[in-house]
Design a protein around this ligand. Structure first.
Ligand SMILES: C[S@@+](CC[C@H](N)C(=O)[O-])C[C@H]1O[C@@H](n2cnc3c(N)ncnc32)[C@H](O)[C@@H]1O
Length: 213
């Protein structure tokens, strides 16, 4: 079962009734730094886009970007933030209420699949192991050949209910190894910025490898 109980959608909808701890009003600095080193290519899927700052930042980089979140209030807020962007940015941005774990909810869209990039700012660490397995399988299918997955996830598990489950560097290296059809371009300790306190995290970039290439 999800670490967030039998109905994670309702759990997250309730969090968005107030300021969400992860809503820092900007894209996560660790991902922005990784984009500078390994520039993403479009089209982009932002999985669990929340209030949209990362999707907007990617559209500002010139990349057609689809942001998907299963909480309607988060997408409404993302649309409000998108509305004050330039016309060019708005035209590159699509925001959608949907479940990232259901491929049907991202297919079809204006921009993909296949996606040149999937970004994940605090989504993967919400999942239990079976959901992580399924997500990585679907991720590989959603990416274009040589497409990249950028991940920022908590590297620690806090005590208590309804908390993310740590993503270790070992797990990232195991899930995204060459035998599984990936090339791990980056995997390092990082910080996940929040409204409460910075959290030790892992930041990674894995590229879909194509055996015939
Ligand atoms: C920790 S928040 C991060 C939000 C955003 N990426 C950010 O960095 O600010 C995780 C987000 O994933 C969304 N989410 C969780 N499970 C989801 C699912 N199965 N499909 C779509 N969105 C989901 C939540 O509603 C929440 O907005």
């Amino acid at each position: 079962m999800s670490p967030f109980g039998p109905d994670p959608q309702t759990f997250f909808a309730n969090v968005y009734r107030g300021p969400a701890p992860w809503d820092i009003g900007a894209a996560q600095p660790a991902l922005q730094a990784l984009f500078a080193a390994l520039p993403p290519e479009g089209p982009v899927l932002d999985a669990g886009c929340g209030t949209g700052d990362l999707a907007i930042a990617l559209a500002e980089r010139g990349l057609p970007t689809l942001g998907v979140d299963f909480v309607a209030a988060a997408i409404t807020e993302a649309e409000r933030r998108a509305a004050v962007q330039t016309r060019a940015v708005r035209q590159r941005l699509a925001l959608r209420v949907g479940d990232v774990l259901r491929p049907a909810d991202i297919t079809p869209s204006a921009w993909g699949p296949p996606f040149g990039t999937v970004v994940d700012s605090g989504f993967f660490h919400l999942l239990d192991d079976p959901a992580r397995d399924a997500f990585v399988t679907n991720l590989r299918r959603a990416l274009a050949p040589r497409g990249r997955y950028y991940l920022l996830a908590f590297a620690v598990t806090f005590a208590g209910p309804n908390v993310p489950r740590a993503v270790t560097e070992d797990e990232v290296r195991r899930r995204f190894d060459s035998a599984a059809g990936w090339r791990l371009l980056h995997c390092a300790p990082a910080m996940f910025t929040s409204r409460i306190a910075p959290v030790p995290a892992v930041v990674a970039c894995a590229q879909r490898r194509d055996f015939q290439a």
